[in-house]
Design a protein around this ligand. Structure first.
Ligand code: SF4
Length: 315
């Protein structure tokens, strides 16, 4: 008898992922990140471009090997796919990519591509058009090719194809960043509704906090390969504690469309091949102290010396 796994659906524990190019310094794209997603939960992973979000997602899908740490899906360890076509831990993981055009086969009808997902789940009876309806598209679209659709429609088709495989964990890697503004919130809400409805977990990766706020139960903020703050979305939104989170929130464009890059978040993300000593955020932090340049705040839920939690006597 198979014992059902307990604990979180996805558990990323102290994950390190390195990019190695001959003759160049090793880049630690993920530098000791930990993250959890429960069944039926939506976690938004946010941060600026180049912070390691997508590398973390690809490692969860077995597309990148880990230098250290581990990833568990449903209690089973994920190993890099390499030449293997299947990993038992990954059978329930589906990813929706940033560019829906390149992730769909331009030469095949979308109905046939959704049917591939159904076959992955061993489903030979569901009509692919049923899934098109679930993502808000007409059934007749099943006989068309990807080039006949808008970006938003193509991303809905990519979501339908992912859902066809009945994932227990859905990962969206910047799934809305290539869409126009009107389609972004619609597709994000659709992914949330469908994941929750089916009891799957959703790891939604985006640099757009305003959309993540709409759909995520919890937020994880990533900076230069590390998770620097996690918490329920409403709490992080109302009271961001890490100076980087505060800067990100303050940088959200105002309703009148004027983008604000605040004084609190100057400069760019440093080179991950040569990260700053101590707290990685210290060269950009308005609250930097001497200790921040020497020691790394390697703890949670807020990795900042201003929010160090004293260990309890029993721990
Ligand atoms: Fe700023 Fe120091 Fe906190 Fe880092 S540890 S975020 S430098 S106050």
């Amino acid at each position: 008898m198979t014992v059902p796994p307990t604990g979180p659906l996805l558990s990323v524990e102290d994950l390190v992922v390195e990019h190695r190019t001959p003759g160049r310094p090793v880049v630690r794209a993920v530098a000791g990140a930990s993250l959890r997603v429960a069944a039926g939960e939506v976690v938004g992973l946010v941060g600026e471009s180049g912070c390691g979000k997508s590398t973390l997602a690809r490692a969860v899908c077995g597309l990148h090997g880990a230098a250290s740490g581990r990833i568990l899906v449903g209690g089973h360890p994920v190993r890099p796919l390499g030449l293997r076509r299947r990993d038992p831990a990954l059978t329930g993981v589906q990813m929706v990519f940033q560019d829906p055009y390149s992730s769909l086969n331009p030469r095949r009808r979308v109905g046939a591509q959704i049917a591939d997902g159904l076959r992955t789940a061993g489903d030979t009876t569901t009509d692919p058009a049923d899934l098109l309806e679930r993502v808000g598209l007409p059934r007749a679209f099943a006989s068309r090719h990807p080039h006949e659709f808008s970006g938003g429609q193509r991303q809905r088709i990519a979501v339908a194809r992912a859902l066809a495989a009945r994932p227990s964990l859905l990962i969206g890697d910047e799934p809305i960043s290539a869409l126009d503004a009107s389609a972004q919130a619609q597709v994000a809400r659709l992914m949330r509704d469908l994941a929750v409805e089916s009891g799957a977990g959703l790891l939604f990766i985006s640099h757009d906090l305003s959309v993540v706020r709409l759909i995520a139960d919890r937020i994880a903020v990533m900076y230069l390969g590390k998770i620097v703050e996690t918490g329920p979305t409403a709490e992080v939104w109302a009271d961001p504690r890490h100076p980087y989170t505060r800067g990100l929130l303050a940088a959200i464009p105002s309703p009148d469309g004027a983008g604000v890059l605040p004084a609190e978040l100057p400069g760019d993300v440093p080179d991950p091949a040569d990260p700053p000593a101590g707290c990685r955020f210290h060269p950009r932090c308005p609250l930097v102290m001497d200790a921040c340049r020497e020691r790394e705040p390697d703890f949670g839920p807020v990795a900042c010396w201003l929010h160090e939690v004293e260990p309890s006597p029993s721990s």
